[in-house]
Write a protein that binds this ligand. Structure first.
Ligand SMILES: [Zn+2]
Ligand SMILES: [Zn+2]
Length: 442
């Protein structure tokens, strides 16, 4: 698909399109030369109509005018603008409508795959407002034929592996800061604290287990022993399996559904036991055996994919994080006022690591891990997290999401009962709150 992106923002809403459906239109312009290029130009140059759409398709090509995430004015309702991707099919008299119809089917098929959109979420314009659009397709009774074109093509060669999550490698298989039973590897989002970032199927297969009800901090095992948080298990055609944790699967998935590599599976969240938002990814030799895990690093290596690299099929910006916390700073050294605060709390010559240590030792990672069960406790932790963020100004930058600290020595130090603790889960303590009070942050 060719891109001719519209520079101005006069004809779209400000927000991010949720991309949960696709809407098919026809241009209704039968004039000679009213092809995809003419319509793309119309959008670029400041279309006089109060309308906009993402992609125009004619009998020879598809041209993108807006990224999928743009809230284009189409479909006649605000909901359509906020959630649906608009595809316009040209009906110019000097074009071949059947060819445009077929190409639009391929474009929609690719969009469905990219965003994990099911067949029943491919709409015609009439769905939103009853408007007779796409009128030629409707008049000819070809809607079902069109939808069939958007189904995954069984003959397509299955792709290999796709990077499931973009971000930073923060924990290896069998080594999470000295924790030897780590069954997967951890990839934290590009910026510490981000949740709501898209997770893609690393390999194609069949969904075997889905878990959606885990709360933040919940330590209970979910889809298999030792796994916490929301997530899913997918079996691959060769009998292997892939596990995903700390992500909420899309609502429409059910056990038995097929997914293809690179398909959107869901979004990362704060569920389960985590020191900060990250996705835990596993490879199983035998999807039926939860203990047959092997190092996913090997799979990445085999398919020559850098761990944490941008998934191959996401040239568009990901859906805006639902709750990304405060913006990380680019500062790399401790500002003077933060140093002062750390000194007030007993650190002799504070460096950036001290903020992280401070939080770890006080059982308060910037995101996620509090090990509490009640809502009140949770709220208290959130308050403490916010106070901490305010106090240091930049702690997100130093978050230790998904990672307990480089070496097993550090891990040992952390769990040895320093400050009177001996559990790895870091409960919020009175002492921490007192420290916040000491520097006026509580
Ligand atoms: Zn329309
Ligand atoms: Zn993990």
């Amino acid at each position: 698909m060719r891109e001719q992106l519209v520079k101005h923002k006069d004809k779209i809403y400000d927000g991010t399109n949720r991309c949960t459906s696709i809407t098919v239109h026809e241009t209704a312009n039968t004039s000679k030369g009213a092809d995809a290029q003419a319509h793309a130009n119309l959008q670029s140059s400041g279309n006089v109509r109060q309308a906009s759409w993402h992609i125009t398709v004619d009998d020879t090509e598809a041209i993108r005018s807006y990224p999928d995430t743009a809230q284009c004015w189409h479909g006649g309702t605000r909901e359509a603008a906020e959630s649906s991707i608009a595809v316009e099919i040209c009906v110019n008299e000097d074009g071949d409508y059947d060819k445009a119809f077929a190409l639009a089917g391929r474009v929609v098929r690719e969009l469905r795959r990219k965003h994990g959109i099911q067949r029943n979420k491919v709409y015609d314009h009439a769905h939103w407002t009853g408007k007779d659009c796409p009128s030629r397709m409707r008049a000819a009774g070809r809607w079902k034929e069109f939808l069939d074109l958007t189904e995954p093509n069984q003959k397509e060669k299955p792709v290999g592996m796709i990077s499931p999550f973009e971000g930073r490698l923060t924990g290896h298989h069998n080594d999470r800061g000295g924790y030897p039973e780590h069954k997967g590897l951890d990839v934290a989002p590009p910026k510490p604290g981000q949740v709501g970032m898209p997770v893609y199927a690393a390999f194609g297969g069949i969904i075997r287990v889905l878990h959606r009800t885990a709360k933040p901090g919940n330590l209970k095992s979910t889809w298999a022993k030792g796994r916490t948080g929301n997530g899913m298990l997918v079996s691959n055609p060769d009998g292997e399996g892939n596990g995903y944790n700390h992500m909420r699967p899309l609502d429409h998935f059910k056990v038995g559904d097929k997914v293809v590599a690179g398909q959107l599976l869901g979004y990362n969240d704060r569920s389960g036991n985590q020191t900060g938002p990250h996705v835990h990814f596993e490879m199983l030799e035998d999807w039926k055996n939860e203990d047959s895990d092997y190092a996913p690093e090997l799979a990445f290596e085999k398919f020559k994919i850098k761990i944490g690299s941008a998934p191959e099929r996401t040239s568009i910006a990901p859906v805006k994080p639902a709750d990304s916390g405060s913006k990380p700073s680019t500062k790399s050294s401790v500002p003077a006022d933060v140093k002062k605060k750390l000194k007030a709390m007993g650190y002799k010559n504070p460096g950036t690591g001290d903020v992280e240590k401070y939080q770890a030792w006080h059982g308060l990672y910037p995101d996620g891990d509090w090990g509490s069960k009640t809502e009140a406790k949770y709220q208290e932790v959130v308050r403490a997290q916010n106070a901490t963020k305010k106090m240091f100004g930049v702690p997100d930058n130093w978050a230790s999401d998904g990672y307990w600290g480089g070496t097993s020595k550090k891990w040992a130090g952390y769990t040895s009962g320093r400050n009177g603790w001996n559990n790895p889960h870091g409960y919020l303590t009175k002492k921490y709150i007192n420290n916040l009070k000491k520097v006026g942050a509580w």
